[in-house]
Design a protein around this ligand. Structure first.
Ligand SMILES: [Zn+2]
Length: 97
């Protein structure tokens, strides 16, 4: 009897030869124009081709955290986005050598 037999192994959908190994990676996602970094994010990485899959529950959890509409059925509050900054006082680069 080995412990490995009791562990669920997930075959890779990409190469169909590798095994998806549980790993903790740093997950990057975009929230609007902001880059969100989530360290120690649970994921599965193929030991053969390196394909990554993310834990579905973790993704749902993350989406719930990042979604501004969580818990608010249909109250559509209009959030006015900050206006784009006009480039005032754009200095001309002085290229003198
Ligand atoms: Zn693979």
């Amino acid at each position: 009897m080995t412990e490995l037999d009791s562990l669920p192994t997930i075959p890779c959908n990409e190469c169909r030869a590798g095994i998806m190994q549980p790993r903790h990676i740093t997950y990057f996602t975009w929230l609007g124009s902001e880059l969100i970094m989530v360290p120690h994010f649970p994921s599965w990485v193929c030991d053969l081709c390196g394909r990554r899959e993310y834990d579905e529950k973790a993704i749902q959890w993350l989406n719930m955290l990042l979604s501004p509409n969580t818990g608010n059925p249909t109250t559509s509050k209009r959030r006015t986005p900050p206006p784009p900054r006009p480039q005032t006082g754009a200095r001309r680069p002085i290229s003198k050598s």
